[in-house]
Design a protein around this ligand. Structure first.
Ligand code: SAM
Length: 280
């Protein structure tokens, strides 16, 4: 039966005695001020007032704190994909107040993003990501970036730093190159451990990914992935060594004006792209 008022996330957690499971990467956001701040800053950075007429997908809604914040932005549809069946009753209660909530019980790693795009057009992703699969999910999304309008994602701060890292720094690596080639990435804000229940040991960061107007062709992106795997796999070596199996390497580097004595971390994302373009 529909209750008179939608419960707060903390009240839902108490009502259903939901204890966080470490194996599912569960660190819950129970404070609506924080979940609303995520949405407010994300929408402002996208220059949109709210999610009216927009479709969104949330991974791992858990007890639904961020879900309620997304729904307050009035999306046309919000699909949530949650693996923990204990959360379904809470999500059903939220749906009583927001019929545009579409609940999927399952593994986000198996979700068909392309199919969603074919039925709804480009959509937004929002998630306080389960930390153990955050990079796998992001890598998959970056490969099909044309499906998305934006991705608003919470990572462990250390992962966020790697995504945003610039050439010449120790954090710069494969995920920085691929993220920055496919998207404009902005940090919205950092959160201390105390914002979560239970509190993790480390800080977190919310990043906004805005897909670039022209995405990289899949065949070229695959080459970028191979090149960066080779180069960063031996990041202390000069690229003439780490990339030595690339056909006609020296000729490509000469024509592109890239020194063969540089190391993986000294090449910009565009340098990797330009080499890759010559290999397909
Ligand atoms: N969104 C909630 C919040 O902000 O309070 C929970 C975030 S918690 C960091 C991550 C959520 O992802 C958990 O609810 C967890 O059960 C869920 N999860 C973990 N692995 C998943 C998977 N493979 N597919 C779908 N959900 C998953």
């Amino acid at each position: 039966m529909r209750e008179a008022e939608l419960l707060t996330t903390k009240d839902f957690v108490d009502k259903y005695e939901l204890m966080a499971k470490k194996a599912l990467g569960q660190n819950f956001l129970l404070d609506a001020n924080i979940t609303d701040k995520i949405m407010r800053l994300s929408l402002a950075a996208q220059n949109i007032a709210d999610f009216s007429h927009e479709t969104a997908v949330e991974i791992g809604p858990g007890p639904g704190g961020l879900t309620q914040a997304v729904l307050r932005q009035n999306p046309k549809e919000l699909t949530v994909v949650e693996m923990d069946e204990r959360c379904l009753k809470i999500l059903e209660e939220i749906k009583n107040f927001y019929p545009q909530l579409n609940i999927i019980s399952g593994d986000a790693l198996k979700y068909d993003w392309q199919k969603k795009y074919e039925t709804c057009g480009r959509f937004h992703i929002i998630s306080n990501l389960p930390y153990n699969i955050s990079v796998v999910l992001l890598t998959g999304w970056l490969k099909q970036i044309d499906c998305f309008k934006s991705l608003t994602l919470m990572f462990q701060k250390e992962v966020g730093d790697r995504i945003l890292a610039v050439p010449g720094t120790k954090d710069y690596g494969r995920i920085s190159v691929i993220s920055q080639l496919q998207c404009e990435v902005k940090k919205l804000f950092d959160l201390p451990p105390t914002c979560f229940v239970p509190a993790p040991k480390i800080w977190s960061s919310v990043l906004l990914f805005l897909p670039k107007e022209k995405s990289i062709e899949p065949a070229i992106l695959e080459k970028v992935e191979k090149l960066t795997a080779m180069a960063f796999g031996q990041r202390r070596k000069m690229i003439r060594q780490s990339l030595k199996t690339v056909p006609n390497l020296q000729q490509h580097l000469d024509e592109l004006g890239i020194e063969a004595t540089l190391r993986a971390e000294n090449l910009t994302p565009e340098d990797y792209l330009h080499i890759a373009e010559r290999l397909v």
